[in-house]
Design a protein around this ligand. Structure first.
Ligand SMILES: [Fe+2]
Length: 295
C-alpha cells in the first residue's frame, strides 16, 4: 500500500480514503477543488442519509437537466442561478472599493454586436410600452467624468421579453444599444419602462422552484456593460425599487446600490422636447468605475 492509500472504504473514513487516492494529481488546483468538493459532498450525504431511491432521483434530475441543454438553453446555469451560486461567484470576483458601482449577473440575453447610437437615441424601435428617459454620468472613484466610456445597454420590453426571445415579433436590436461618452462623462437615451419576467420555468429548474414554493420572476431591470480604458469592465443592472418582485429576485441579482428611482413625469414641455406624446418615466443613475491599475 502506498503511503497515501488509506485502506478500505468505511462510512467513517470515506473522505480520507477518497481524497488520499488523488495524491499524485498533476494539477494542484484540480486536486484542491476535488478535495473540497469531496469533503462537502460526503458531509451532505452523511447529514441527509438519502435512500437509494432518493439518490437515484437526484441522478435522474441532473440527467434531465443535462438533456435540456442545447445551443440556446443552459439549464445548469439556471440551476446555479436559483441556488445563488452564480451571484456568489460574481461577488467573489468583483469585490469593489466602497463608492464604486456594484456588479451583478450578466444573464443570457446580451448580444455582442448591438449598434452604436448617438446620445439621446430611442432604443425602443416598436413604440410599445411606457416612454422612459434615462441619464446620468460615468465617473471614476474620485467623481471625475470618464470620457470615451462605452455603455452597452439591453432590456426586456413591457411584456417582459427580450428581442432575441421574440424574433419576428420585435425588431432586431429592439431595446439595446451602445453609447459612448464625451468629455463630460454624461450619457442619456430614451427607452420604455422594463417589466418583470420569469426565467425559463418549463424545465427541471422550474420544477425545483415549484417544489420549494418559489416563483420564477426577476424584478424589472436594465442590463449594462460599461467599459473604459484604464478601468475595470462593469457588468451590472439597475432595478425598479417598486417592482413587486424586488425583494425576491429568482436569481438573487438585486443589490441595494443598484436601485434607481423611476420618476413619473407629467410635464408637457419636457415631453415635447423628448418627442414623447405625454407623461413619461425618468431615471437618473451615475455609474462609478474602478481603476484597473492594481495595488
Ligand atoms: Fe434581464
Amino acid at each position: 500500500m502506498e503511503t497515501h492509500e488509506k485502506g478500505f472504504f468505511t462510512e467513517e473514513n470515506s473522505v480520507e480514503v477518497v481524497t488520499g487516492r488523488n495524491a499524485n494529481a498533476q494539477d494542484p488546483r484540480l486536486k484542491q477543488v476535488i478535495e473540497v468538493i469531496t469533503r462537502k459532498l460526503h458531509e451532505a450525504v452523511k447529514e441527509i442519509e438519502p435512500t437509494q431511491d432518493e439518490w437515484f432521483k437526484a441522478i435522474m434530475y441532473l440527467t434531465r437537466t443535462g438533456h435540456l441543454c442545447n445551443e440556446w438553453r443552459q439549464e445548469f446555469i439556471l440551476l446555479s442561478d436559483v441556488l445563488g451560486v452564480s451571484m456568489l461567484v460574481d461577488a467573489i470576483n468583483n469585490r469593489k472599493p466602497s463608492g464604486a458601482s456594484e456588479s451583478t449577473v450578466l444573464g443570457p440575453f446580451h448580444v455582442a454586436d448591438a449598434p452604436e447610437l448617438p446620445m439621446g437615441a430611442n432604443i425602443c424601435l416598436d413604440q410599445k410600452g411606457e416612454d422612459m428617459v434615462i441619464h446620468g454620468r460615468i465617473l471614476d472613484i474620485e467623481g471625475r467624468p470618464i470620457a470615451n466610456a462605452v455603455l452597452d445597454v439591453w432590456q426586456a420590453n413591457d411584456e417582459g421579453f427580450y428581442d432575441v426571445q421574440q424574433k419576428g415579433i420585435q425588431p432586431d436590436f429592439n431595446l439595446r444599444g451602445v453609447f459612448r461618452t464625451g468629455e463630460d462623462g454624461r450619457y442619456w437615451f430614451r427607452a420604455v419602462k422594463p417589466k418583470f419576467y420569469p426565467i425559463p420555468d418549463d424545465g427541471t429548474v422550474g420544477k425545483l422552484l415549484k417544489g420549494l414554493g418559489r416563483h420564477p420572476y426577476r424584478p424589472a431591470h436594465l442590463h449594462f456593460i460599461l467599459k473604459a480604458d484604464g478601468f475595470e469592465t462593469l457588468t451590472t443592472h439597475i432595478f425598479d425599487p417598486h417592482d413587486p418582485y424586488i425583494n425576491s429576485d429568482a436569481v438573487f441579482g438585486v443589490k441595494e446600490s443598484l436601485l434607481a428611482e423611476f420618476k413619473r413625469i407629467d410635464d408637457a414641455t419636457r415631453a415635447h422636447e423628448l418627442e414623447f406624446p405625454g407623461w413619461f418615466w425618468e431615471v437618473e443613475y451615475d455609474f462609478v468605475l474602478t481603476s484597473s491599475k492594481k495595488g
